[in-house]
Design a protein around this ligand. Sequence first.
Ligand code: 8BR
Ligand code: ZN
Length: 504
Amino acid sequence: MTTVNILGRLRIATEQVRKVQSSLAKDGPPDQVEILGKVGKELDGILYNLVDILSDDTRQSEINITSNDGQISKWLEQTFSSKPQRSTTAASRFESIKAVIQASSFVNALQRQVRQNAKERLSAVLDLPVDIYKLNLWSFNMMEYDEPFVFSILLIFDAHDIISRYHIDIETLKNFCRALTDGYQKYQTPYHNDFHGADVLQTTHCLLIKSSLMNVFTQIEIAALLFSAAIHDYEHPGLNNGYLVKTKNDLALIYNDFSVLENHHASSMFKLLRDKRCNIWSNMDTNEYRTFRSLVISLVLATDMANHASLIERMSTYFYFKETNSTTPSADSKTLLQTLLHAADISNATKPWSVYIQSAERIMEEFFIQGDLEKINYEDRKPTFDRESTDIVQLQIGFITHIVHPTFDVLSKVLLIDSLDYAQKESKATTNLSNYTLPWQYDLQLNLETWKQISRNGDLKKMIAKRKPLKLNYDYLQEYVEKAKTVLRKRSQHDLLLNCALSS
Ligand code: 8BR
Ligand code: ZN
């Protein structure tokens, strides 16, 4: 149900309360009339808040027309609301996440099949620096390879059968990869470049194959998810939405300050696809392409970090209802796809320290370049990110604690429940959550603990080897990684002893 539906029902209920109140006003019991008055006022307040929320979100504009003539209803809905077009099969397939969870029994067989197929295909024909087995690893470091899109797109698309299913011409795919790389390199940004794009693609691929999700998403959904992952920051200028809006940048004016970057990534990519030489989807069926394009747009727009809270809230509410055994609201496949892409987008802090620290250094440098520009061009004394005074350690601790942790916690719940279901089906009686560690859980803890150790005992001057461009002292930081490892080891030993003591 959309917020608009809720608003409509609440409005009708409020009207009824008001009617009863006014009919009782003359000769009804005064205390009850007073209560009704208060209830009416309260409902008015809620209605007001809902209208306020909706006024900022034009995508919530949804109407349901019930006319005898289905064709007319469809035309009315399509013309007078922004209701997304859903095929009936897609809607019924995804009643809830439960459908996703229940499908886990197929996943192992499918994973094996994917690997086998991929092995026999591209790597044998093309001279690529890695094979699909390497790209299946969470610890893979994209920054070690040149031209990362060329091999990652070819291998990952092939592994998911996208190349053959959509009859993608290999030469066109290579042209596309080059154009994609050019777009990502357009502004020579330290972080939002082709390494980040290819990294998010590879991480999304890992999330898919490590869960049962791959099995229940349709081919078109998987193609849209992987494509969106690859292109989600296309032509990123290395400046954030706030800056573009503040400085009245052309892009902000084009998109009326609304998800400026994300609109640009999607829009400029579809413009590139108008070029025949790069259009890898030219053989896709027209109807399928419509669904594909709409999914890609919604996935790329959802990478706007402004959606983070809403996304996590939607996923968390689902688990709240599931835990309390109330009726579970349905979570559509789109929310799940958006969560996977969002998680992959911010996954750098969940990778092994040596991989993560390179990303952290690059994103911080990109923030500082924006800070330099704010100072020079706008004489901003307090830029968002000041190279000299920003506390990198606290910023990383905050990013991990408030953004990355909640995201991966929600994701872990989906995937762990999935593992549990699978294990129970396999009748392993002693199933317990701790038996199923996901690839990111240890490194996420270790990275956070490392920053905490540095914040307690580290010498911040020694941590930074160079300020412009930012260069961190990796050897010095490594000392704290080792300290953090010891802390985590002691903590887990302590937890183990405590559990034993409690259970004996
Ligand atoms: P985009 O890659 O789509 O811009 O979204 C991810 C955002 O998360 C980045 O722009 C940045 O603001 C933030 N982020 C990431 Br990713 N890694 C970070 C890190 N290590 N430290 C601080 N912020 C980070
Ligand atoms: Zn990104």
